[in-house]
Ligand binder design. Structure first.
Ligand code: 13P
Length: 250
């Protein structure tokens, strides 16, 4: 039985004191007894402080991005060792906002996935189709290409440290959620692709999160689908109450 995993992607929100308030609210509402994994992904500037606050709680820390080189002349970038030094266990790679706004392609994302895994970070690897691609009927093709390219030369052992987040781009920040059936269909397709590339066992162990306008009102039905193992939450993770309510659904 796969454990559910609920992650909050804070995106470019919350300065230091807002971050402290939000994570404190999450911790106090959560208690010590969670049946699912809970990850928060604050902006870089809050990672260290949030790490201090989540000590001895079930909450785990993730970053939102990472460069694929270890160090060097890459102004404005963040490396794997920097993330680990402030307590990150996870890093989000290939978010659609990175792909579309910042021009990240499958090749860069593959390098980032490999570097993160090699350095001992766990990866939340994001994939998903745009509205045009869905309307053209090529969702499966797009998702398959993102998986094949993004996971190129990732070993079965490393796959155990990956969570795939299926985030249809048309559902992100739009209030339009994929129906549970639409999401389940793609999640099941993704699991099938992982079985083709790796093995049945790998595919059955893989946690696949859904992301895109997940809210307290729709979380339970999405999370009750057989291949939906969690949620990557944007807007609704910015208030402790709504994030806690999504965690409770899981
Ligand atoms: P929203 O929940 O705001 O749609 O964002 C989803 C997302 O992009 C999480 O990574």
């Amino acid at each position: 039985m796969r454990k559910k995993v609920i992650a909050g992607n804070w995106k470019m929100n919350n300065d230091l004191s807002e971050s402290q308030n939000l994570v404190s609210g999450i911790i106090s509402g959560l208690g010590n007894d969670t049946k699912c994994d809970v990850i928060v992904c604050p902006p870089f500037t809050s990672l260290s402080e949030v790490n201090t606050l989540i000590k001895d709680t079930p909450v785990k820390l993730g970053a939102q991005n990472m460069h694929y080189e270890d160090s060097g002349a890459f102004t404005g970038e963040i490396s794997n060792s920097m993330l680990k030094s402030v307590g990150c266990e996870y890093v989000i790679i290939g978010h659609s906002e990175r792909r579309t706004i910042f021009g990240e392609n499958d090749e860069m994302i593959n390098k980032k996935n490999k570097k993160a895994l090699e350095s001992g970070l766990k990866v939340i690897f994001c994939i998903g189709e745009s509205l045009e691609q869905r309307e053209e009927g090529i969702t499966n093709e797009v998702v398959k290409k993102q998986i094949v390219n993004g996971l190129m030369n990732v070993t079965p052992d490393d796959l155990m440290n990956i969570i795939i987040a299926y985030e249809p781009v048309w559902a992100i920040g739009t209030g339009k959620t994929a129906t549970p059936e639409q999401a389940q269909e793609v999640h099941s397709f993704i699991r099938g692709q992982i079985e083709n590339i790796y093995s049945k066992e790998s595919s059955e162990n893989l946690q696949i999160q859904y992301g895109g306008s997940v809210k307290p009102e729709n979380a339970a039905t999405l999370l009750s689908q057989p291949d939906i193992d969690g949620a990557l939450v944007g807007g609704a993770c910015l208030k402790a109450d709504s994030f806690l309510s999504i965690i409770a659904s899981a």
